[in-house]
Design a protein around this ligand. Structure first.
Ligand SMILES: Nc1ncnc2c1ncn2[C@@H]1O[C@H](COP(=O)(O)OP(=O)(O)OP(=O)(O)O)[C@@H](O)[C@H]1O
Length: 302
């Protein structure tokens, strides 16, 4: 899937601003951003729940708005607006057979049974965990190639989460599906995703291959004589944390030349730490003041 120049204006406000990315088969991609940055709107635009103000989406080089049958390659359920509430797995299966020509009813009802979800009870009466599992089972059984999941693991207990994850990961590996997942739980996302799309104010600010970024970005904790942080560091790194004498910073490019220059300031400590997805995202989506507050866990006046 190719998303090209996607924009959305709502009430004369530009909510999504010229977003471009590709989703490849067999890939799990994280859509990451703070509250209100535009993730759900991107899902709704891809799934055609909103009209696009600008831009196009292509599947196999075909514009999906000119070949609307291609929408059956996309699965998305809007957590705020959906029609599942009064439906049981049986009635859901009936409706989804109409929507998705390749819907696998046999597998759907089999998985509902295997995960002990009540077959004759309506979705509304399910617990949050049961609802979450049912949505993932439904997503898989539509046989759509592109599965868009907005906070799919939110509120699931550890065991249900494990089951949900297993289902999703097996499906991607075996059936070469593509998952686009949004989550605020970066620790969780870190173990699932291959790539991260970072959204800020409706714009795609970074598109990272996770293993590559983890190799290229260096997180360093350092102490300098007299607590004087050389300008060289502030100019070349994002300061993640300043606690007492210790500064932790993220260098997007730490060349041997830069290391030599920094060494000339005779640091007392200059030590590499493992980089987490949270570090990478924080350095992209928070501004300098927010970063300091986030790390201190306090307020701006501290
Ligand atoms: N229908 C709408 N009418 C007016 N404003 C809207 C509408 N839909 C979204 N917005 C605005 O667009 C912005 C992006 O919202 P969106 O729900 O896409 O963010 P999000 O990244 O999914 O947030 P969260 O992480 O909190 O779910 C917000 O400022 C929101 O208020």
């Amino acid at each position: 899937m190719k998303v090209e120049h996607l924009s959305k204006e709502i009430e004369q406000r530009l909510i999504i601003d010229d977003v471009n990315f590709e989703l490849k088969k067999g890939e799990i991609v994280g859509l990451i951003g703070r509250n209100g940055e535009g993730k759900t709107t991107i899902f709704r635009l891809i799934a055609n729940h909103y009209n696009k103000t600008k831009g196009h989406i292509f599947i196999n080089e075909e514009n999906i708005d000119r070949h609307r049958e291609l929408y059956s390659q996309i699965f998305y359920i809007d957590s705020q607006y959906h029609s599942l509430s009064g439906m049981t797995p049986k009635t859901i299966a009936k409706q989804y057979q109409e929507l998705y020509p390749s819907f696998d009813t046999h597998r759907f009802l089999g998985l509902v049974d295997a995960y002990q979800l009540p077959i004759n009870k309506s979705y509304r009466t399910y617990s949050k965990g049961m609802q979450g599992l049912l949505l993932i089972i439904l997503a898989i059984c539509t046989n759509a190639t592109y599965i868009l999941l907005d906070e799919p693991l939110d509120g699931l207990d550890f065991y249900v989460k494990k089951q949900a994850l297993q289902l999703m990961l097996e499906e991607v590996a075996e059936a070469k599906k593509t998952l686009l997942i949004s989550s605020h739980n970066l620790l969780e996302l870190e173990y699932i995703i291959d790539r991260a799309l970072i959204i800020k104010k409706g714009r795609l600010v970074k598109n990272y291959q996770l293993n590559e970024v983890k190799e290229s970005i260096k997180k360093i904790q350092m102490i300098f004589p007299n607590n004087e942080l050389p300008r060289l560091v502030t100019e070349n790194a994002t300061i993640l944390e300043s606690r007492g004498k210790v500064t932790v910073a993220l260098f997007h490019q730490l060349s041997p030349e830069l290391i030599t220059e920094i060494s000339s300031h005779e640091p007392i400590l200059f030590e590499e730490l493992p980089v987490s997805l949270e570090d990478v995202v924080a350095s992209q989506v928070l501004d300098d003041t927010e970063l300091v507050i986030a790390k201190k866990g306090g307020n701006a006046d501290e």
